[in-house]
Design a protein around this ligand. Structure first.
Ligand code: ZN
Length: 185
C-alpha cells in the first residue's frame, strides 16, 4: 500500500534539496498533491492482471486477435519521469478469448508502476500467456520517454519500440509477418 505521509515528507525534502522555499504559496499544497497523484499513477502496484483476465469465453478456431493503439502512460523507474505511447497486443486463442477491454486493463495494471519499457512489454506478454493459455502472444510498445526528451540527449519525438513474442509468435516468423500486415491496415 502507498504511504502518503512518506511521500509528502519526501517531496518536501526534495523541494528543499533543490533550494526551494517550501513555505511559499505555490508550493504549500504540492507534497500533498503529489502524494494523491502517486496513489493514482502507481495504483498498479496493488493490482494484479489475473483479475482482469480471469473471465474468458469459449471461441472456436480463432485467428490472430489484435488490439492496437491502446494508449498508456507509465513512469520510468530510473528518473521518475513519464513515458507514454501506444501498446499493440496480439494473441492467437486456443479455445478461449477474453473481453477486449481486459487487454487494455492489463496494460494499465503494469503501466501504473515504476517501470522500464522492456519489462512492461514482457510482463504484459507473460500475463496473457499465463491467464489465457493462448497459442501465442505478441506485444509491441512504442513510447516517448520524457527522460530522453526533456533532459540529457533531448531527442524530441524519439520513439522507443519494444517487442515481446511468446509461443507461435516466437517460433514461427509467418505469424509475426501477419502481425505486421494487420498493423499496417
Ligand atoms: Zn528514464
Amino acid at each position: 500500500m502507498i504511504d502518503k505521509e512518506k511521500i509528502r515528507q519526501g517531496v518536501a525534502l526534495l523541494l528543499e534539496g533543490i533550494g526551494e522555499d517550501i513555505g511559499r504559496e505555490g508550493l504549500q499544497g504540492t507534497p500533498d498533491r503529489i502524494a494523491r497523484m502517486y496513489e493514482e499513477i502507481f495504483a498498479g502496484l496493488d493490482q494484479n492482471p489475473q483479475e482482469a483476465l480471469s473471465k474468458t469465453f469459449e471461441a472456436k478456431q480463432c485467428g490472430i486477435v489484435l488490439e492496437k493503439d491502446i494508449l498508456f502512460y507509465s513512469v520510468c523507474e530510473h528518473h521518475l519521469l513519464p513515458f507514454f505511447g501506444k501498446a499493440h497486443l496480439a494473441y492467437i486463442p486456443d479455445g478461449r478469448v477474453v473481453g477486449l477491454s481486459k487487454l487494455a486493463r492489463t496494460v494499465e495494471v503494469y503501466a501504473r508502476r515504476p517501470q522500464i519499457q522492456e519489462q512492461l512489454s514482457t510482463q504484459i506478454a507473460d500475463a496473457l500467456m499465463e491467464c489465457l493459455k493462448p497459442k501465442g502472444v505478441m506485444v509491441m510498445l512504442e513510447a516517448e520517454h520524457m527522460c530522453m526528451t526533456m533532459r540529457g540527449v533531448k531527442k524530441s519525438g524519439a520513439q522507443t519500440v519494444t517487442l515481446a513474442t511468446r509461443g507461435v509468435f516466437a517460433d514461427n516468423r509467418c505469424f509475426q509477418e501477419e502481425f505486421w500486415q494487420m498493423m499496417r491496415r
